[in-house]
Design a binder for this molecule. Sequence first.
Ligand code: ADP
Ligand code: GLC
Length: 485
Amino acid sequence: MKILFATSEAFPLIKTGGLGDVSGSLPRALKALRQDVRLILPAYPAARERVARLRVMAELELPPFPGPVRILRGRLPSTRLPLYLVDAPLFFERAGDPYRAPDGRDWQDNALRFGLFAQAVVRAALNQAGLDWQPDVVHCNDWQTGLVPALLAAHDERPGTLFTIHNLAYQGLFPPQTLAELGLDSGLWHIDGLEFHGQLSFIKGGLVFADHLTTVSPSYAEEIQTPRHGYGLEGLLAYRRDRLTGILNGIDYEEWNPQTDPYIHTPYSSDTLEQKLSNKHALQEAFGLPVRARTPLFAFIGRLVEQKGVDLLLDAVLPLLAQEDLQLVILGTGEAALERRVRDLIATFPDRVAGHIGYSEGHAHLVEAGADLFVMPSRFEPCGLNQMYSLRYGTPPVVRRTGGLADTVVDSTPATLKDGTATGFSFELDDPLALREALQRALKLYARPAAWRRLMQQGMIRDFSWQRSARAYRDLYKSLIRQPH
Ligand code: ADP
Ligand code: GLC
């Protein structure tokens, strides 16, 4: 099958979160299943710099955007995966991340930027972009590609469309006049189209018009059909439930492998867990904490936003830090108020809490390898990758039982410890007390080295590779191929 995978970020070209990881690894897993998958994303400077030997394939006019727009072709670094970059310097040749200026604010013209990108994807999907290749299926991801299924729906000779919801909280909402600015058909301005409470919704383009929808975990597919997690879109999603499937993300087993990870201090496996201690010492040293083997070391990595519940963690650990011997490392960047709270905690407990307010791929690997426990108290989590990295690195996770966290972590109870299925700790309520209780349960087990070692190993042997999920996508694509008219 021929699959065009459209995304706004892909590791190792550019990444702000899990979408980048998934877009860099799922297409490769599909290629390993012998599918003709090709990636398409905007030609950000970071992406252009990292791809060797880019060739100009075509030049397109995409009215109403000032042209021309070039399609560049190369390969995803260190892979054979074909890659198309949509080169529109006026919109993409900028510093900052894919969505925000260096000052952290969204680019004012994001609707135009991703509107243009969608138009280019549509041309490629219809084999009108000079690529001499027509996909059977276009796989779109999150609101940045939401207009693609909406625009394709108007064509008879079009590929099948799949839209994956990685995070329903980000919807791409813009003022109503954006519809005309993007040159879109006024017929799309409808409650059963792109209109959402008086605004233009990019994500609705995917949710309404795609042939099929997926979420990145089975639990999240259910949760978004409820008011709490549906943000007003729960009715639409429930209406489309026959066309909505949850497929759990996998993780990249090459990139995240404690036996070969170049970012960590000492490689290890479930048979050589004593080597993990060297990584703990390296982590303590790197973050300026006292080097202590038996002091339990908690870690948090993630965007510092409400979703991730880092405030729950800060509230929950405060009394523990005063009473118990423990250390905490935080790696993240995000909202100013949360960054400030993290800095304050570090200042209050300089010997116990350390952190890096920033983004660092290398540190993320060392933290996963060196910590004893990984804390992920998310308020909602469509899938979550860090808990799976933690399991693979023998760093039992403590998670809130929601979305993909509920689907990947098995709570330690007398029964699951006994039958060998326990892999971490989970709690139900969005409340620091509930998290504290889970952390205390974890500390109790940590004090029993043999039991703790078993828990580490049980997580490490679980399979979170892409193999199974890539097959599920392949089967789904097959069902979406449209018969010629
Ligand atoms: P989300 O996509 O909601 O941010 P995920 O758990 O799916 O959450 O993926 C987050 C990814 O981003 C992981 O690969 C994680 O290691 C990485 N990450 C998040 N924050 C940082 C950071 N400050 N430094 C390095 N990596 C980070
Ligand atoms: C989103 C979600 C996260 C998920 C990632 C990749 O960013 O917040 O839970 O793991 O997408 O699908």
